[in-house]
Design a protein around this ligand. Sequence first.
Ligand SMILES: [Zn+2]
Ligand SMILES: [Zn+2]
Length: 353
Amino acid sequence: MIELTGSLHNHTGYSDGELYHADLAAAAAKAGLDFIITTDHNVYVDGVDRWMEFPGGRRVLVLAGEEIHHQDRVPQKNHLLAVGAGTDLSRFAPDPQKLIDAVREAGGAAFLAHPYDPASPLVHEEALGWDTLDVRGFSGLEIWNYMSEFKSLFHNRFEMIFYAFFPSAGILGPDVQTLALWDRYLAEGRRVSAVGGPDAHGHSYSLGPLHKVIFPYEYLFRAVTLHILIEKLTGDPPTDGRSIAEALKTGSGWVAYDLSKSTRGFRYRAEAGDASIGSGGAVPFAPGLTLRAEMPHPAEWRILRAGEGVVANGSGTKASYDPRGPGAYRLEARRRFRGRMRGWIFSNPIYIV
Ligand SMILES: [Zn+2]
Ligand SMILES: [Zn+2]
């Protein structure tokens, strides 16, 4: 399997972002990413999927997805990320369930974007979370939306400016309500994968003499990222795009905060004798089955069983646990960064059935 690092949930000038696909790909190359998925609001930008090569030989695969919501709805809610559908599906936006079904029928993966999102009156933004959480058939949840978390940090103009200049002082990890929602879905026996993303727009902000781009794409591409494991790359954008969408759908990877320390090399597997499977996979429960993880740097880790909570925890670069029964088991790791323990790795579950 090869490990790819990428970024899902990025806006370009086709909706409310500042820059365009080639600029985002250049920023992604500088940040060391292998792929980016753009998700402009209610527009599928056709014809941009391609491999781009940059100085130093880094290649970045640009893929277009779409972030879809019902624009006439008051209040605004229920943003959905569609990946790999290959067509505009915004006409289905008024009914989130029909929209999810349409993404699935088009062969794509649907993720509920920022399921819980704080209102932010200072930047004139209402709460954009989900109020229709009984939908079914989606592939997963965006458990960590960088911009949602950023909005939750400030309550006055001073704090807003402080965190705009020093965001890493505030960013701690996925929203706890969203993690609880994920565990609730998993405990119902559903297969729900996690993604995370920057929700990058590249907007600038001016206040008197202060002028700052909030936040540059390249900075965000180094922050909340996705790591996936796939069998191979072919160099053919549609084929490789399908492999990436499939990996996101099944959850063969993890959501990472690479700004703290690169998570490259993390592995989480269920092992029984010589056989093993990675996250997103399913394995029958049997005595002798062990969950194991290896982390590229020491961290505090915990393994959670959906519906039960933490079943094992420890610190270091290795984790292991012998499950006592079926369930969805996922791993979280945190590290100290800039003086505080902060979320670092949020693995997709291994399903023991
Ligand atoms: Zn959104
Ligand atoms: Zn967005």
